[in-house]
Design a protein. Structure first.
Length: 457
């Protein structure tokens, strides 16, 4: 070994302690959901990202915050993070981010007013994010997360275990998503390992809806050139599924459902998710009035807007179908005029409100306006919300109303016949003997003879 080489090697050895930092710096804190999700503010999560083309072993690594307080938070990491991959840490359990597996579970909350995060390996501090005076991005109202975008932190829709909005390859999709206020999870992937990941899918934001309402979903793929060849399949989270760019669905029961859509174009695919929170339908008929100037009064007793597209009001043979895009604001009540609905006569005082599947949502009996009977019956088959099925459902309502009318007329006829028979018997028992008694007084026929005649009747 030359003397020159012996001089260079010590200099290189002096620099070695700095190289691990440079290598480990490939792993960064990439996204922070300090505000939680639309389902719960406790559903916090943190994402790490490997910006290199090689795997990084995380054994012995730690992510920590609040280290100078009485309750420091420390997350011990394990496993590895793949090339250009993501590592998801979910608070409390693996249901914090529905449908996506966590790489680590931790305890302890992030303060909404800010924290000082520190990521360190066994040998050095990898990254320090001093946000103790406040988070630089993220929105507690829309639940958009704090995401790293090349050179700064931005507020954008959540992308757990997927590219951040600012990292998306397509500029048009990036602009659309940056402007969105949504908790939709946008993900891209490749059906064949090694394929380029350029396809992206957007299905909008989380929804709060009510049972029995027709919910419309919409989707868009990018680049636009993929629309002609793309196909989309949907899972609505309640066991039902559909296809197409703009499907519709009706939820029968309250709950929180994960809606997942996947777009395929060639050998690529992209997946997106959103959460639908379904509340119990709480619309009731509270008052009716006869005549051409009459009305049916309906009230929304819930704190959310209620969609009543294709719902129906019926009384006897009269039927009115609400038009598409008909909604009732929270805690609002409206009068449906008889001139609009055609419901002018309530002979039996019975008015019902039915959903598009024909299920009775509310019923009001005019004779007892203080008593309002409401009930819900699940449909026997999963509802198909496309227009043809909706029309079929409306026909079913009409058929049902006609059947009820026929049954009602039949019962009325039976009641009339029973009354007539009863009147005849009463007449025979009371009227005939009374008249015969008067007759006997006139013609003085012996009562014993008439008694035998009456007993034979």
């Amino acid at each position: 070994m030359s003397r020159k080489a012996r001089k260079i090697i010590p200099s290189l050895l002096f620099l070695l302690p700095f190289f691990p930092f440079s290598t480990h710096a490939q792993v960064i804190v990439n996204e922070v959901a300090w505000m939680g999700t639309a389902q719960s503010s406790s559903n916090e999560w943190i994402e790490l990202s490997n910006t290199s083309d090689s795997s990084v072993n995380l054994l012995g690594w730690v992510l920590e915050w609040a280290t100078d307080t009485s309750s420091p938070k420390t997350i011990e990491l394990s496993g590895s993070i793949g090339p250009n991959g993501h590592y998801l840490l979910e608070r409390t359990d693996d249901t914090t981010v529905p449908g996506i597996n966590a790489d680590a579970i931790y305890a302890g909350a992030l303060s909404n007013s800010g924290e000082k995060l520190r990521l360190r390996s066994p040998s050095s501090i990898i990254q320090t994010l001093d946000f103790i005076s406040g988070w630089p991005a993220g929105d507690n109202e829309s639940k958009d997360t704090m995401q790293w975008s090349s050179s700064k932190w931005v507020t954008a829709q959540a992308t757990p275990k997927a590219k951040n909005i600012g990292e998306m390859a397509n500029p048009e999709q990036q602009k659309q998503n940056m402007e969105a206020t949504s908790t939709t999870i946008v993900g891209t992937g490749s059906a064949i390992p090694g394929e380029s990941r350029t396809l992206a899918l957007n299905i909008g934001r989380d929804k709060i809806v009510s049972t029995d309402s027709l919910i419309n979903f919409n989707s868009a793929v990018s680049p636009r050139s993929s629309e002609a060849t793309a196909s989309i399949v949907w899972s609505f989270g309640d066991g039902a599924k559909s296809g197409g760019f703009s499907p519709s669905h009706v939820y029968v029961f309250p709950g929180s459902y994960v809606v997942t859509a996947r777009a395929y174009s060639g050998r690529e695919y992209a997946e997106a998710r959103l959460i639908v929170r379904v509340l119990a339908q709480d619309v009731k008929i509270t008052e009716v009035r006869d005549g051409n100037e009459g009305y049916v009064l309906i009230k929304n007793n819930s704190s959310t807007e209620q969609k009543l597209d294709y719902f129906g009001l019926s009384s006897g043979s009269q039927l009115y179908i609400f038009p598409e895009m008909f909604s009732l604001l929270p805690l609002a009540e409206i009068k449906i005029p008889a001139r609009v609905s055609g419901l002018t006569d309530f002979p039996k005082g019975d008015v019902t409100l039915r959903n598009p599947e024909g299920t009775i949502i509310s019923r009001l009996t005019k004779e007892s306006p203080a008593v309002l009977e409401t009930f819900s019956v699940p449909t026997k088959t999963a509802p198909n919300p496309d227009m043809s099925r909706a029309i079929t459902s409306l026909n079913d309502i009409r058929v049902g109303v006609l059947a009820l009318q026929t049954e009602s007329k039949k019962q009325a006829a039976e009641e009339k016949d029973n009354k007539e028979n009863k009147d005849k018997k009463e007449f025979t028992r009371l009227e005939i003997p009374r008249k015969i008694s008067l007759f006997t007084k006139i013609i003085s026929i012996p009562r014993q003879i008439l008694a035998s005649v009456i007993s034979s009747i």
